[in-house]
Design a protein around this ligand. Structure first.
Ligand SMILES: O=c1ccn([C@@H]2O[C@H](COP(=O)(O)O)[C@@H](O)[C@H]2O)c(=O)[nH]1
Length: 237
């Protein structure tokens, strides 16, 4: 399966996001992630605007609510023809299963392929202190991430969002066919920003990541297309 580099299109307006995206040659067919900032600012039409340009969409709204609400929201997302979408594993088995049910029902009603459902484990901005003190989850970040991966697999999710630092442990625990899509990616020369559990593209490839999510190292680069190509080279070699 193709292992994508997914560009996080974290912009405050549709105009800025699309102007950024239009720098990329159409034949690159980049996959882009639309997150809360852009989706809340631009609405669902941003999804079709990006798809109309030939790009696959990862809709990252990180749903976390009671099962009925999540199922209903996922039924709407399922109709959009996006490739991936997200839900928080911390919502538990019943909520995760409801999310999957909603997605599949929405996709079937619209006659499109159901998006892959990815469960957020521990955000890549979470470190050991945040886990133990703020969340009051004892044990290691890795143990918590692997626990959520097992829960997500048992709840019929297609994979998880995690740091590339945990991908190997997840594949060992729940199977190599379970997707580990990894934000918190930083080329060696880049700053970490608010990310705590980071890896370079080359190290993530070696660890078995099934796809990179990268925002600022590309969106804030002086030459974004070149930055994307450099990361692609590092990731594919
Ligand atoms: O654990 C998570 C889950 C999601 N994200 C998202 O990925 C991008 C990363 O952007 P950078 O600029 O490369 O830091 C961003 O949209 C996050 O919402 C994450 O970082 N970690």
């Amino acid at each position: 399966m193709k292992r994508p580099i997914i560009i996080a299109l974290d912009f405050p307006t549709a105009e800025r996001a699309l102007a950024f995206l239009d720098q990329f040659p159409a034949d690159l067919h980049v996959t882009v992630k639309i997150g809360m900032e852009l989706f809340y600012a631009a609405g669902p039409s941003i999804v079709t605007d990006v798809q109309a340009r030939g790009h696959a969409v990862f809709l990252d709204l990180k749903l976390h609510d009671i099962p009925n609400t999540v199922e209903s929201a996922m039924r709407v997302i399922g109709r959009l023809g996006v490739t991936y979408t997200t839900v928080h594993a911390a919502g538990g088995h019943v909520m995760l299963s409801a999310a999957k049910r909603g997605l599949v029902a929405g996709a079937m009603a619209a006659g499109v392929t159901a998006p892959k459902l990815l469960a957020i484990t521990q955000l890549t901005s979470t470190n050991q202190a945040i886990l133990n003190q703020d969340q009051q989850i004892m044990g290691t970040v890795r143990a918590s991430v692997v626990h959520y991966a097992k829960l997500a697999r048992a709840s019929d999710c297609d994979g998880v969002i995690c740091s590339a630092q945990e991908v190997q442990a997840i594949h060992t625990a729940v199977g190599a066919d379970f997707l580990g899509i990894t934000p918190g990616i930083r080329p060696a020369s880049a700053q970490s920003d608010d990310q705590q559990r980071v890896m370079t593209p080359a190290a993530a490839a070696k660890a078995g990541s099934n796809g990179l999510v990268i925002g600022r190292p590309i969106t804030q680069a002086a030459e974004p297309v070149q930055a994307y190509r450099d990361i692609m080279t590092e990731w594919s070699n």
